[in-house]
Design a protein around this ligand. Structure first.
Ligand SMILES: [Zn+2]
Length: 383
């Protein structure tokens, strides 16, 4: 697994027990009432820390994250030297960019007490994926949650311990987890007290499709879809019931897809891993987004001279009128109400009138049928 490789490169010669988690996209999010705990803790609900970061910005990020936990009852105190170190690093390698932060802990398994604790956040991820300062603080709060003995809550949970947290601060479930951790003894099964255990808890970047924009190209009958792929390198596009198509993401995590298609189906855009498994949110583009809406025929009347059709349409647009599929009228509408007249001569042989409209930069609408009339009949829809 990708993460194990990263962890071993990060920790070098240390014996690593990685507590792994994988991201899956669940339709429904749910949250454990009490965020689960890990098998280590500080001896009391209080600890020193040494903030080793050098920039004003990252000192601020750690300060806010520490304060957030203090407010919820964990007493952190800044010290010049401590077994708990807070810092940031900058790993912009492809694999590095899948990890927003991690916490490397050594503890004594006989009592569960922490021997040393290195709490890290990845600056490269923050820069690459545009994490706001608040997002960065949430990552720092998450890593401090591990540092004090909390495990992950569920995937997609509303918890600072969401395995790919970016948007949540400390939630009531997390406070319950912390209180439980510090009122529960460590479960020690006859281990050698001279051993120590190293654990790393890391946080994956939440893969996300973002900044999506799209435009219809009528000449090539293509939808052009642009956007950012955060945390994955292949973008999947599914149109209607067609087979999924996979496109590349460039060096700057951008994608730019041209998709030729027919009809009025929905596009679904999402990130996939190398095996084609879905790893991100799904972004949907329905026909109401790329195609012009249908016209509305609210009245039509017919006499021996021909037929009048009263139309509600979008403006500006190009309106086309067909009889049995053959174009009988085309005009540019600059107002949203139009009356169309079709002479008896054009109607005589057959009478099956359909109308569509097209806005600039959008696909032509679905054609609507005009209710069929005999000479002397009227048809009105009252709204
Ligand atoms: Zn984590």
């Amino acid at each position: 697994m990708v993460n194990k490789r990263i962890l071993s490169s990060v920790l070098g010669s240390l014996g690593v027990l990685a507590v792994a988690s994988t991201i899956t996209v669940n339709a429904k999010a749910s949250t454990y009432e009490t965020t689960p705990m890990l098998s280590y803790r500080y001896s009391k609900k209080t600890a020193n820390y040494h903030d080793k970061s050098t920039s004003v910005h990252y000192k601020y990020v750690w300060k806010k994250a520490v304060e957030a936990w203090k407010q919820k009852g964990f007493k952190w105190t800044s010290k010049e030297s401590s077994k708990t170190n807070l810092t940031s690093y900058n790993d912009s390698s492809k694999k590095g960019l899948t990890i927003a932060g991690y916490d490397a802990v050594r503890y004594n398994p006989s009592n569960g007490y922490i021997i040393r604790n290195n709490v890290m956040i990845n600056r490269a991820v923050f820069e690459k994926y545009g994490y706001s300062t608040d997002d960065q603080i949430h990552v720092a709060e998450h890593e401090l949650g591990h540092a004090l003995g909390l495990a992950h809550n569920k995937v997609n949970s509303k918890s600072v311990m969401n395995p790919a947290n970016r948007f949540y601060s400390i939630q009531p479930c997390d406070v319950r987890g912390m209180n439980k951790r510090y009122s529960t003894a460590i479960d020690n099964d006859s281990v050698n007290p001279n051993q120590y255990v190293d654990v790393i808890e890391y946080m994956k970047v939440k893969p996300r499709v973002s900044r999506v924009s799209y435009k219809y190209n009528a000449t090539n009958k293509q939808l052009l879809i642009k956007g950012q792929a955060e945390g994955f390198s292949k973008i999947a596009v599914k149109y209607g019931h067609n087979k999924v198509r996979i496109f590349k993401v460039d060096k700057h995590s951008a994608f730019n897809v041209k998709y030729h298609f027919k009809g009025y189906g929905t596009f679904t855009v999402y990130g996939v891993n190398r095996k084609g498994k879905i790893v991100s949110n799904k972004y949907k583009i329905g026909s109401n987004k790329y195609a012009t809406e249908k016209t509305v025929v609210y009245k039509n009347t017919r006499n021996k001279n021909g037929e009048k059709i009263y139309l509600s349409n979008v403006a500006p647009s190009t309106i086309r009128v067909f009889n049995r599929g053959k174009l009988v009228k085309e005009f540019v509408a600059d107002s949203s109400g139009n009356t169309i007249f079709i002479s008896q001569k054009k109607l005589r042989k057959s009478n099956l009138i359909t109308i569509d409209q097209k806005e600039f930069n959008k696909k032509t609408s679905v054609r609507v049928k005009v209710p069929k009339l005999q000479i002397g009949e009227n048809n009105v829809i009252n709204y």
